[in-house]
Structures are given as structure tokens and as C-alpha cells.
Design a binder for this molecule. Sequence first.
Ligand code: UQ1
Length: 409
Amino acid sequence: MSQAMTVVIVGAGAAGITVAAGLRRRQPALSVILIDPAATHYYQPAFTLVGAGVYDFERTQRAQADLIPAGAEWLRDRVVGFQPEQQTLALAAGPQVHYDHLVLCPGIQLDWDKVAGLREALGRNGVCSNYSPDHVTYTWDCLRSFGGGAALFTQPPVPIKCAGAPQKIAYLAADYWRRRGVMAHAHLHFLSAAATLFSVPYFSSALEKVAARHGIQILLQHNLVAVNGAKRIATFERTGRDGAKERLEMEFEMLHATPPQSAPDFIKQSPFANAAGWVDVNPNTLQHVKYANVFSLGDASSAPTSKTAAAIRKQAPVVVNNILAMAAGRSPSPGYDGYTSCPLTTSLNTVMLAEFSYDGRVTPTFPLRPDRERLIWWLLKKYGLPRLYWDYMLKGHEWDIPHRPYPPS
Ligand code: UQ1
């Protein structure tokens, strides 16, 4: 392989750092350039715990500079355009960048403004969101000061990152308020734009029981469209049985909002996007369907799976292998089966570990019944996974723990 071979990675989040570290580890002759304007890297999977007051916000943050793998170069800049025929991209401030291989993993965009009044309402009057590093600690303020009344937890239309997160905080809040003795005066509602509680039926029915146990009312096909923070009124668009849409206003004491999400605008406007805006890749090789030297993983990719760090842990080695294979003159292999995982916090000391692959196949790592809430998974979520993330995944260690279909055949 020529010394001059350059891999450019757009986005230095979970996916970008993991791929960069894997490439550098496997092939030190490769030139690896990471492009990301952010100076802080967040361990977003812990934001749910931060909002529930059981994880220190400071511990979710590290300086990006400390995570860039040795030998990789970091351009702290923003991409403003792509020229795939020339294999170049344009930056907001720096000179044009040339690539041999391009990896697109800039994450997902939070479209706060798609809900009228939400951006302005956040951070006051009981309106919070674990999806924003700027407001995640306010969720905990809201939980602590809640003395009863209506608490609303919302979920926009998918795709969103960690589709379990909107309901996880409802379960943690319910458990916290039960322990504090305020549940007797509280009304909890989980309002989702989706038609089911969870995308995989096996976990959806188990979660319905969890919600019922906590006394949380589930209202499906209810999409948050407006928030008036000062008046504490949330407006939902609900889809009736006849398919007709109607508006419904609900008063609240507390509102945990999940913002609508979409591909970053510079990806939507790029030649790499599919009709929905995501980077159009083969779901198993993660190679772009049209540009063979372009790969994508993580939240911005079109791979039809749930957008989580666990998915990235399995996607990153596939991208690394396929780039190295192409550099060696071989073709990419279909190594990714859609694996993703969502540790659903069902109380302040239990987690249901949902693991699944394409087509909703239940594929646990461990030989335990997956629909059970367990303390061991809570400990994994709170203590084990941050270690796995910072010390193994981001360092490019391919510690492939195999998963299997459930029930075993
Ligand atoms: C996982 O691998 C991962 O990425 C590091 C997560 O993100 C933090 C997860 O939440 C989960 C559940 C997994 C899956 C890990 C195991 C050991 C089953």
C-alpha cells in the first residue's frame, strides 16, 4: 500500500474516533485525518442517567484533543461541500482536503425548531431534555422539584438516536418519585409519535408491562408540535382511528421533550444523501451505493437499524476492514448484521438489555432471557459500558463479543 493513502473521517464522535483508532492500529502507514469542529466529546449514553441524578455530568465529557488517536490529524473545522469526482471536500476555514477514502459519521441533527416554541421554552418552567448537553442537568432539577401534577415525556417520529431514551427517563422519574412519595399526586404520560412503544415487538410487550407497573399512561401516535413554557401547555397532533389528524392541548408541571431529528444539513445537501437525507450505504458493507471509496456509519448512515453507540461498536470494525481490504485490492465484505443495543433503564436499579439486529431479530450477547429487568445490566450500564467505551472502543480494540439469535435454535 502506498504511503500516501489518506482516509478522511468527517465527525469525531463515537464512530469517527473508533474508526480512526482502528485504522491507525491496523495500518500505521495510513494517513488518517479527522474533521470535527467540536472541542468536547460527550459520552451521550449516560445522559439518561445524568438526567435522573445518578451519574455525574462532568464524567460524560472529555477533551476531544485527548481522544484523537496518536498519528491521526485533527482539523477543527466544518465541512461545507463535497466534490466526490475530485475526491475532495471544502472546509469553512481551512484549505480543500483530498481523500483516497472518505468516512462520513457526523452524527444526527437535533431539529428543536420543528416544535414551535420548544427551543425558547427549554431550561425553564419545567421544560427539559436529556438530548441536550446544555439542558440535561436541568432534567434532574425538574425531577427534584416536582411535587405532583402532570409529567409529560415525549418521543418524536423516528429515526432518532437511542429510540429507547424518551421512555427510559419516564421510568427513572417514576421510580424516583415513588421513593420520594410524590407518585400519589402525579400523573405520568408517555406520548409518542410512533404506533408502538418500541420498534421490536418482543421488547415492546415487555415494556408495556413496565410502564403499567409504574402507572405511566402510554399515548401512541401523539406528536408534540408546540410548547408554551410560560403557560405550561404542550400541543400534540394526534392521529385518530380514521387517520384524521387533530390537535390536543395538555397542561403540564414537567415536560421532558425529545426533539425531532434528521441528517445534518450538510449531509442532506451532499451528493451522498438518499431521498431521506442519510448517507446512502449498503446496509451490510456500509459502503456507499454509488461512490465505492466512501463509507458511512453511526447516526448519519442509512443503515436501517437503531442509532446507538452499541451499533457503532459493531459497525466500526466493518468499515475499518473494508477500507483496508480495498486498499489491498480486495472487495468489501458484508460484515454488519444490523446489531444494535439499547439498555432500557426500567428503574433506578434495573435495566432490560435490548439487543437486536436487522428485521427486529432478537440477538443477545449473553445466554439470559432478554426481556427480564436485571440489576446486573444496571451495573453494566452505569459502570461497565463507560469503561468499554473510553478504554476499549475509542482506542480501536476490536473486542468482538459475539451475539446469537434468541430463542436459541
Ligand atoms: C455496547 O456495546 C455499547 O457500546 C459500547 C453501548 O453503548 C454505551 C451499550 O449501551 C451497550 C448495551 C452495548 C452492548 C454491550 C454488551 C457487552 C452487551
